[in-house]
Design a protein around this ligand. Sequence first.
Ligand code: ARG
Length: 573
Amino acid sequence: MLTTIAASIIAPSLPAEADMTEAKLTGMLEVPPQREMGDVSLPCFTFSKLLRQSPQKLAEQFADAINGIVGRDGEVRAAALGGYLNLTFGGAHWKSDIVGAALAEDYGRSRLGEGKRVVIDMSSPNIAKPLGIGHLRSTMIGNALANLYAATGHEVVKVNHLGDWGTQFGKLIVAYRRWGDTDALRNEPIAESLRLYVRFHEESEREPALQDEAREAFALLERGDEETHELWRFFVDESMKEFHRVYDRLSVSFDHYTGESFYNDRIDAVVRELEASGLLEESDGAKVVRLEELGLPPCLILKKDGSTIYPVRDLATAIYRKRELGADEMLYVVGAEQSLHFQQVFAVLGKLGHSWAASCRHVPFGLMTVNGKKMSTRRGKVVFLEDVLDEAVERALAIIEEKSPSLPNKKKVSEAVGVGAVIFGDLKHNRQLSVDFNLEDAVSFEGETGPYLQYTHARICSLLGKGDYSALRAKYPIDGSYLAAEPAWECVKTLSRFEAVLAEAVRDNEPFVVAKYLLAVAKSFNRFYNAGKILAEGADPAEVASKLALAAAAANVLKSGLGLLGIAAPREM
Ligand code: ARG
């Protein structure tokens, strides 16, 4: 908000030849490296060539023009330094304006993406396999992005592209028929499926014929054999129940659960389209699309035996999302290990002449381990997401028991804190990095954690209650002169960045931009809070009201930001 205000002040003082709009200017503004330099600065280097002047001379001219406006004294002061135009906002009303705006429920939201529909492929676990900590990243990064795109005015469609098709179902079916236990499958669908997979792999080493049997079973499934299909349906339904339990805990929902099997009857059309465009070539009996000119290995479309695989299903999927879901942009929140796959899929779409392939974006993320442990489904040694959540909640409960033994709804709060700790522990990293997730650190109420943010928020709520803010705010308007001192003004300025931060997170598809920002908000608030007692005995109520308004605005931004990341903000903890 401060940058928008600054841009509106600077724009009229620039010569027409500078060819600047307020929006363009807003994007150019920076925070000066030292406080003494001012609140906002404009680097003038880019104008130098166009206006044939040194950057410093230009900055001086702009500063004179701004300072020359009558009535500006004390409001805004402009100064030139080293080719930068620096603005200092002296007037009290800037502070009250920003805090006033930051109290609104929809503060920070914009209409940047109006009229654009974004389809987000997220979570997308594989049926009959555990939803591991790896899928957590896709679910949480995807969910945060979905919220961020919505907050910036996009229309969002969340799709769970379930891995519900493929040769592994042949194996599962064979194993189930041999060694399966229906009750066990109903009680613990994923764990039982996993036991069956493991058993299949062990036994098929001794009895290789099992592999052929599995291939036949999958072939039957692909041909629509009724009994096999029913069994498949059973696996899917039972797995979904288990996935939903986790999604509910994470408060994540989807608009569509159109998994890989959904595209079965759309694949032929894609193969025909590829054939008609002359792109399909034979290679060792299989059908591929060559991508040499793009420096990529060929994209396998049909296997030797004619069975379909992952890439062609993704071709059908993208075409469906464009044509039938009306996607303007498509995001695929999937691990970095699938980068080549998506490069190939998007390249083939491009070769088919679909210019919209340029609006498909893989949003990759790094590997995640939990306390140093990797995931491996085959061997059955996996970290289950639910176990991670349970342990986080347990740890949160222990801390709460110690810190606030008399809190009424400890169970509910510790669920919010534990789950929030896991989500934040993921989202606070640049998504491309590999993360080793340490539960103890993530659940701590101190340091760069979700609970630290939640705790700061809850403390503000309690401060507002103690200070009877709702009564005070009705009597005293916000007076910015009480917020002019350094720690308060710093906090106000931090709050003023919210909208720009959301836009940046969307531009880069990086929820971590928001996570880092919320840490800055909490830190700047705590600095202000620790600088002097707000509810001091005999304090001027007008001053208290203004300071509490800043506290309320910080709480609003924290709550709203955490909500966008998919994290609850309890009022007490
Ligand atoms: N089911 C896949 C996996 O777990 C992820 C699917 C991602 N989405 C897609 N459209 N390919 O690896």
